[in-house]
Design a protein around this ligand. Structure first.
Ligand code: NAP
Length: 241
């Protein structure tokens, strides 16, 4: 992995941090995205202690200025980006009926999970084009699978969080759009469901560890064939759209 670099948004903790740690241990230079300086620096210090080449990069995915500044810095320091992992995400209201979820709450979820991911991806396409066979990974969710959420026998069909679940369905659709748009450039774009994972996101109620959650992300980032694109994965298996 010599000289390969990766940018991960929302990497100061949880699934993003574990992904950063594992890719760092594989030899990637890690640009650790965090919207908060101190939380990000603490996370970078933990990686550096393990001998990982990690640098803090401030990115709030809802703030275009911070995204552009981050792109300028990586352009200046590395001149390319091999792997972009759009991991930052929020849940918004949950256990709320679709008719009751405040529109402002839904808009805030979309601003991070959908528009944030588009903003970051668009800003980094020029740098991804400068790498060989660059990869984009969208951290989606099984709750974005229309097959699973519409199957009344599937536990995901009982989750009431319309803003979040639909935002991740949108992420899946956006994955396909970018994948088709970037195919000619040799850039792969895939979505991945980390599974229900114990993190701050859900008050640590998930049944998977962050290491299990990161497995499929790391596989798409570093191990999967470069021609795998426009897919949605759970671990290394295709998940249904
Ligand atoms: P988490 O523990 O809540 O961590 C989320 C990360 O995203 C944090 O670093 C957070 O930063 C960051 N973030 C939130 N808003 C941001 C913004 N506007 N700009 C930049 N960073 C922002 O969540 P997680 O469980 O690790 O989830 C990571 C991803 O996996 C999300 O996309 C989530 O939807 C997806 N996912 C999670 C599960 C699960 O069960 N945990 C299941 C399926 C999918 P701060 O620390 O500053 O808040």
């Amino acid at each position: 992995m010599k000289n390969k670099n990766v940018l991960i948004t929302g990497a100061n903790k949880s699934i993003g941090f574990e992904t950063a740690r594992e890719l760092g241990l594989l030899g990637y230079k890690v640009w650790l995205g965090s919207r908060d300086h101190d939380r990000g620096q603490l996370a970078v210090n933990r990686l550096t202690k393990d001998g990982i080449d990690a640098q803090l990069i401030i990115i709030d995915v809802t703030n275009m200025l911070s995204i552009n500044e981050a792109a300028r810095r990586i352009q200046h320091e590395d001149g390319k980006l091999d792997v972009l992992i759009n991991n930052a995400g929020i849940l918004g209201s949950h256990d709320v009926a679709p008719g009751e979820q405040p529109i402002d709450d839904i808009m805030a979820v979309y601003d991070t999970n959908v528009f944030g991911l588009i903003r970051v991806t668009q800003a980094f396409i020029p740098l991804l084009k400068c790498a060989q066979n660059a990869r984009i990974i969208m951290v989606s969710s099984g709750l974005g699978s229309l097959k699973w959420v519409s199957d009344l026998n599937h536990p995901y069909s009982r989750v009431q969080a319309m803003g979040y679940t639909s935002s991740k369905s949108a992420v899946n659709a956006i994955t396909v759009a970018f994948a088709k748009g970037l195919m000619a450039e040799g850039i792969s774009v895939n979505a991945v469901d980390p599974g229900y994972t114990a993190t701050d996101f859900n008050g640590h109620t998930g049944y998977r560890t962050v290491a299990e959650a990161a497995r499929g992300i790391v596989w798409l980032a570093a191990e999967a064939n470069a021609d795998i694109t426009a897919g949605f994965y759970f671990d290394q298996n295709r998940a249904p759209w």
